[in-house]
Design a protein. Structure first.
Length: 481
């Protein structure tokens, strides 16, 4: 049995701020249990809901040298759908209302602690992984630590590491001196060929230099991050390591996101009966959100973190123009104040037509995926994107910009060949986006049969984990040798 350890800062069902949690919560379940024993380590945030804390069982605790002090490291365990999770407990480190704070320094202290603790508990829980699979900057120190101090003991010999980039934008950067102190790593590591980047220390870079393999969450993003535009300053390093870098597109949990037995939606449906049944979800959502009750209105959904990454300045630029059209727009998201207020403003201005829901709700997100006709995702960059996959699964036609995973998962509609699962545009330009939306509107209003065939193809597309989980397995096998 090969042992794989996921280390990550969030996972469904315990805590989620974005797609990372969906991936870490669903991929381990889909790895073949006959050959792999996959376990997950994550922080026990104070803000995790009581319901989930209740299923965690206290195992033991010890004290670990960290940042000039001895820090408490508690270990909790829970098993969910056959996957064992370990939680690192330290209420001072993992306090706060959210997993991440607005203070970069605090987060670095927190996740450097987490990374060191995750390695330190392994002998205690008696689990020696063949591969540690690290996710994003929060775990970037793990490959570094494994090459350094943990090599002293025999326990840590021959552990391979994978670093998966879910979002290159976030790297965990601070000045070298401070990071040296926090991590206890010697000066040797803080040179431009190791953790240093542009005079600062960079935790993700450490992971990318020292990991045995690097992956990211789509083929297109794997190529994009080797360029200046998408490379966030690490494109040189990624080019240098391109032999060890591969793209594996994300899947989604086909049990959790299934219009046929989704308990969160008003009316269940499938690929056969959506023509009659999907509409009932639209009616219910229009009623719930106070939108005009009208079966025919082209309803566009947007469920997203409200940040620059998601292309919302394009939306803001043409929102007035868009609202002149015969449409409804339903937004669910939280994030930067400028976008939250922008959508609140348009909700007020076009009441009955625009609904801005500025909060986080699993339930409302499912209702939107089920109710809308189209889903808008005009991202500036998108490593993979899961929302468009959820939309496809619910027969809600994605309108996306051709970047990263959006390009790899949404096939643009071709009216001559009657192919495609969505609508797309190439350049980061509000009028190109408008043209794509208007094209979708036109097909919806004027060629309903064509529109329904797009839905047929969207719902037939397979973005379950089947194929991608096999690719991860192949990579683990190759690493272990
Ligand atoms: P990212 O990870 O960049 O935020 P993804 O598309 O990969 O983007 O994943 C976003 C996930 O977060 C999806 O599962 C989406 O439904 C969910 N999500 C985003 N905002 C909200 C919200 N306000 N309420 C509920 N779910 C949300
Ligand atoms: C990141 C990316 C998103 C991706 C998710 C899961 O949050 O922004 O595109 O789908 O990670 O890999």
């Amino acid at each position: 049995m090969k042992k794989i350890l996921f280390v990550a800062s969030e996972a469904v069902p315990f805590i989620k701020t974005g797609g990372l949690a969906d991936v870490v919560g669903s991929l381990p379940k889909c790895i073949d249990k006959r050959y792999f024993d996959v376990r997950v380590i994550m922080p026990k945030y104070v803000c995790i809901k009581q319901q989930w804390k209740d299923i965690m069982e206290y195992k033991t605790h010890f004290y670990m040298d960290y940042h000039w002090k001895k820090e408490y490291v508690g270990i909790f365990e829970a098993v969910v759908e056959g996957v064992t999770y370990y939680f690192i407990d330290n209420e001072t480190m993992f306090n706060g209302m959210k997993p991440y704070s607005d203070n970069a320094y605090e987060d670095i202290v927190k996740f450097a602690f987490f990374s060191k603790a995750a390695l330190s508990i392994l002998p205690v829980i008696d689990f020696k992984p063949d591969v540690v699979h690290c996710h994003d900057w929060q775990t970037g120190l793990i490959p570094v630590y494994l090459k350094e101090r943990f090599q002293g003991g025999e326990f840590y010999q021959n552990i391979k590491t994978v670093m998966t980039i879910h979002n290159l934008k976030f790297q965990g950067k601070w000045d070298v001196k401070t990071i040296e102190e926090i991590t206890g790593l010697p000066q040797y590591f803080f040179t431009p060929d190791k953790l240093e980047a542009y005079k600062d220390a960079n935790l993700l870079k450490g992971g990318l230099v020292y990991a045995d393999a690097i992956t990211t969450v789509s083929d297109t993003y794997a190529e994009e991050i080797k360029t200046d535009f998408y490379g966030e300053g690490l494109n040189g390093l990624l080019q240098a390591r391109s032999k060890d870098l591969r793209g594996i597109v994300n899947g989604i949990d086909y049990e959790e996101y299934n219009p046929e037995n989704d308990k969160l939606i008003a009316n269940r449906y499938n690929a056969v009966n959506f023509r009659k049944e999907k509409i009932k979800n639209k009616r219910a959502l229009q009623a719930e959100l106070g939108l005009e009750q009208n079966d025919k209105k082209f309803m566009i959904g947007l469920v997203s973190r409200l940040t620059d990454q998601k292309g919302l300045d394009l939306v803001s630029y043409v929102m007035d123009e868009l609202c002149m059209d015969d449409i409804q727009i339903v937004v669910l998201g939280t994030g930067s104040e400028k976008y939250e207020n922008m959508f609140r403003h348009f909700d007020w201005k076009y009441n009955g037509k625009v609904s801005a829901n500025i909060y986080y709700s699993e339930e409302v997100s499912h209702k939107i995926y089920a109710a809308c006709d189209a889903f808008l995702m005009p991202s500036l960059f998108e490593p993979c994107g899961l929302s468009q996959l959820m939309s496809l699964r619910y027969g809600t036609v994605p309108i996306v910009r051709e970047t990263g995973g959006l390009k790899d998962t949404v096939e643009p509609y071709n009216e001559y060949e009657s192919t495609g699962t969505g609508f797309s545009f190439t350049n980061y330009n509000a009028h190109e986006m408008m043209a794509a939306i208007r094209y979708a509107e036109k097909v919806y209003y004027e060629k309903k049969r064509e529109w329904n065939k797009i839905i047929d193809r969207a719902m037939a597309a397979d973005f379950s984990w089947n194929v991608s989980a096999a690719k991860y397995q192949e990579m683990y096998d190759w690493l272990i040798g």
